[in-house]
Design a protein around this ligand. Sequence first.
Ligand SMILES: *[C@@H]1O[C@H](CO)[C@@H](O)[C@H](O)[C@H]1NC(C)=O
Ligand SMILES: *[C@@H]1O[C@H](CO)[C@@H](O)[C@H](O)[C@H]1NC(C)=O
Ligand SMILES: *[C@@H]1O[C@H](CO)[C@@H](O)[C@H](O)[C@H]1NC(C)=O
Length: 451
Amino acid sequence: MNNWIVLLSLLICSQHTANGNYLNEWSVQGNQVSVNPGTVTKCDPTMDYFPYKATVNFAKFKIEYFKTYKVVTNTQANLKYVLYQSGCPKPPAADANDVAGAFQIPLSRVYVDSSTYFGDLELMGERLAIRLVNGEYTDNPCMWRQLDSKWTVNLPYGELWTSASGFDLENQNPIVVSDIYETTYYAANEWIKFFAAFFNREMSVQSFADAVRQRWVCNSKAVQTQSVQKKMLFLYYWTTFYNNSNPAWITYKGWEVKSCKEEYRYCELFQAAGVIPINNDTSTLPVANAVTKIAGQDYQAVPDQSIIQYAKEADIILFMNPWCDPTAGTQCVQGFIDIFNKLSGIPAVNNKQVFHLSRVTDPMGGTKEESEGQLQPDALLKDIIKMAYPRLLPNYQFTFALNLYDSIKNGNLDCTSTPYALGCPVSGSALAAQCNNLTHVYVSLGPDGRP
Ligand SMILES: *[C@@H]1O[C@H](CO)[C@@H](O)[C@H](O)[C@H]1NC(C)=O
Ligand SMILES: *[C@@H]1O[C@H](CO)[C@@H](O)[C@H](O)[C@H]1NC(C)=O
Ligand SMILES: *[C@@H]1O[C@H](CO)[C@@H](O)[C@H](O)[C@H]1NC(C)=O
């Protein structure tokens, strides 16, 4: 393993100049990838090498800019990193006692431990910097092509760094990302600026994150005036009992009801969509035979009858954890429908208003929502609005969501109109074949088809 890392770390010595921040320039000839790294030829310590700066509004990190270096602080984890322009000397600030790591930037070889971050790097034009990943969970064709050609290698978590929680890298120096602690989707989305700082990619990323936030606010405002607000419940269902040596992680078979406190982002999302989250109050859930999980607010192994009573006003149910093997087919999805049909009496079930977010799955069984929901929270918001108030968005197609009952047409999965939907066959090679240009940069389209 060590040899391999050394191989990756071979210095590439070419140089180039740029107006504005110094960027990596990637090029691809066939499967041959090369990078012209964003290195300064002759460092002038009085020059501002970072004319494009990011402003952080919501997320739990900050970026301070100096002439030749930046100080990036993950305020959630209380970790400070010094990032200095490649070609310039390491600043004395990098040697301070409270500094967790010093990095020459832009980075060009990184390990990414969660597919949630693939889209962030791709969006800023740095997908090719991803050389090691923890699992091949993605529906992104060019990412699959990178995996296929072994430019990017899958290395299970724990074999490299066991202490890092996030996106890590070069010189085996971990970088901890704390997006999972954010209580809102748009704050989590803003972590793209954290990644951008390590690649000098502030400019494009700032306008992207601002546009996402602007669309979120605009759509949310537009939907708050509904005279009758829909009520929505998010629900989990576990098909088997999973034991774990840590009792807190045991999962009991059957329904799970989580409170807003535990899954705050969903409630925030529902409220932004003008929808009342039933999960806000779990005190009315009849819990006689259920298993209490978190501080008496989350419940597992909840019987059907309890769910029926608790959800008697639910207009819509969002089913959070449908999982089917990518080749599982109709039977698996029908199994979920049968499970929901036992809840007749709930308006959402009677009216077939049960949705899940596995409209697009990947060959490993992950979903687009898991890997990109945070990158495009504005699209996720629009999905929820469409579920609740479909007449407001007649022409909008769901990005992540699918009606559970619509998944099956004429007794079969509707794999023609939704080829990568839950239960439809999907292979890595079919995805890889869709990427015919490795330098292609993903442009995140808004729900209106606009970047
Ligand atoms: C889980 O497994 C442990 C050890 O294997 C066992 O002691 C414990 O009783 C199990 N818990 C449940 C709820 O089955
Ligand atoms: C959630 O519950 C609290 C306490 O009962 C209440 O004050 C608040 O308005 C509720 N929020 C929503 C969105 O229902
Ligand atoms: C590949 O995509 C890049 C970025 O979108 C573009 O600049 C380049 O011309 C494309 N190359 C080919 C061969 O299509």
